[in-house]
Design a protein around this ligand. Structure first.
Ligand code: CAA
Length: 445
């Protein structure tokens, strides 16, 4: 069977930055370590006044097309995943195609375009759609562009305000991919949940504590479902485990639970038992409360073991390196985690060709999906071509007053104008409104 997967990836961050320790924490009267250590975040990316989900997505897609030497004729699908859409009918993919048609000869008139919605998991679902289209043999030799793009803004004063972010990831899905091959094995955990939603409103209604529990419950279900098709997961089978990353502290919790699950009844559990005992089993306790207390104690002890810490440092921590500086990018977040992991490998001069990754996506409302990927031999060249470090370093560092202004600028219920903080260069910009209320865009050299 021909390999299908991610041929190339590109990343575009919002051009502004909100520093959580220096700017956010003092304003909230909080210890900066609540953010840097507790949530695991140093800063959030923010969109400048001329940026939105279309500009960021189109900019990432343009970098992708330029780097891979693609023309519109090479592309048979443009799928956009977002939970920040501003139109209930016209998909963001049409706006992005329109932007790209401004700068390339030819057009995307024969490319299928759509928009996927299921909170943060929609990016992975769009990759699935493209994968299935190729596997079904309907692609006529062409590739698909998947753009995951979001302005993850919360109402000011909401507990989620510390976990905002803005950015896009563009992925090229092709046969014989250079970056990763996607496995046919996948597992789902999905349930009707009311944890995080936007019922026709821009900023989310969030039950923060519950959202954390729902994330963990659906991930566990997805892992069990994955194991039912792919066989038991062994902790050392995967070089990296990129998770959906609303904030790194969330992944810290999920990784520990996943470790407990996959090491149960294995040699690793026996090895650990000498120091911390075996994992508690429900049947050994009279009631749920006692069992849950024993599990909490086991988890606390597990996280202190060298065996666990070494695994976490090798397989999970590298997936968080970009998220720490840019915050939550919703649909793009797990795809940024994959980039972070491979970028860490490249920087460490480690060859991960042929190694497997376990990729864990999540969307509120709620659904988790887990699948395997195999790193392909073009990965190092692909990752070396990214300029995400420069993009992150070049962001304008907002003061608190500026942050409030730019938040208002992007608030759909406020009619607030604002001069840009940065000068756009070689990128698409929002350029005002058309006669039917559509948003307009131009490419700035
Ligand atoms: N030093 C070190 N750590 C500190 C600290 C300090 N001074 N002060 C607090 N902390 C720790 C806390 O102990 C806590 O860590 P643990 O959970 O490991 O104990 C962490 O910092 C955060 O502190 P709080 O729980 O008190 O923070 P909060 O209640 O203000 O906000 C939140 C946390 C509810 C998750 C909030 O950020 C939120 O609502 N976020 C949006 C929802 C979200 O991201 N949910 C994640 C799952 S849903 C999802 O994944 C979809 C999505 O993308 C939105």
């Amino acid at each position: 069977m021909t390999a299908v997967g991610i041929d190339a990836v590109e990343v575009w961050t919002g051009n502004l930055k909100l520093d959580l320790a220096e700017t956010f924490a003092p304003e909230k009267g909080d210890d900066p370590e609540k953010y840097t250590k507790g949530l695991g975040l140093r800063a959030s990316s923010f969109p400048d006044s001329y940026e939105d989900i279309v500009t960021m997505g189109a900019n990432a897609a343009k970098r992708l097309m330029d780097r891979k030497g693609l023309t519109p004729d090479d592309i048979g699908r443009i799928d956009v995943a977002t939970e920040s859409s501003f139109d209930n009918s016209k998909p963001i993919s049409t706006y992005i195609a329109g932007c790209l048609e401004q700068v390339y000869d030819g057009d995307f008139h024969h490319a299928n375009k759509g928009e996927r919605k299921f909170a943060c998991i929609a990016g992975t679902q769009s990759v699935d759609d493209a994968y299935n289209w190729i596997r079904a043999g309907r692609n006529r030799g062409r590739s698909a562009i998947v753009v995951a793009t979001d302005t993850a803004l919360y109402a000011r004063g909401d507990a989620g305000e510390a976990t905002q972010g803005a950015g896009a990831v563009a992925l090229l899905i092709s046969e014989d991919p250079d970056l990763v091959e996607i496995s046919t094995h996948q597992g789902y955990g999905s349930a009707d949940e009311t944890d995080f939603l936007k019922p026709n409103q821009q900023f989310p209604s969030v039950d923060g504590k519950r959202s954390v529990q729902v994330y963990l419950a659906r991930m566990r279900e997805a892992l069990e479902d994955y194991e039912s098709v792919a066989g038991d997961v062994h902790i050392d089978d995967f070089v990296y485990a990129p998770f959906h990353t609303p904030f790194p502290g969330m992944v810290r919790k999920a990784a520990a639970l996943a470790y407990r699950h996959v090491t149960r009844d294995t040699g690793v559990e026996e090895e650990l038992a000498e120091g911390i005992g075996r994992q508690p089993r429900r049947e050994s306790f009279d009631d749920d409360a006692q069992y849950e207390e024993a599990v909490r104690e086991y988890m606390d002890a597990l996280k202190e073991t060298g065996r666990y810490q070494d695994w976490y440092a090798a397989a999970v921590d590298p997936t968080l390196s970009i998220a720490r500086d840019v915050g939550n990018w919703y649909t793009a977040s797990v795809h940024l985690a994959r980039v972070s992991a491979l970028k860490t490998a490249l920087e460490a001069d480690r060859d991960v060709t042929g190694e497997s990754m376990l990729v864990a996506s999540y969307g509120s409302g709620a659904q988790a999906e887990i699948h395997g990927e195999t790193v392909q031999d073009g990965w190092a060249e692909e990752i070396a071509a990214l300029n995400i470090d420069e993009q992150v370093a070049d962001r304008y560092d907002l003061s608190w007053a500026e942050y409030e202004e730019v938040h208002d600028r992007h608030n759909h219920d406020m009619d607030s104008e604002l001069e840009e903080f940065t000068a756009p260069e070689a990128e698409f910009v929002f350029d005002g409104w058309g006669r039917m209320g559509e948003r307009k865009y131009t490419y700035v050299e």
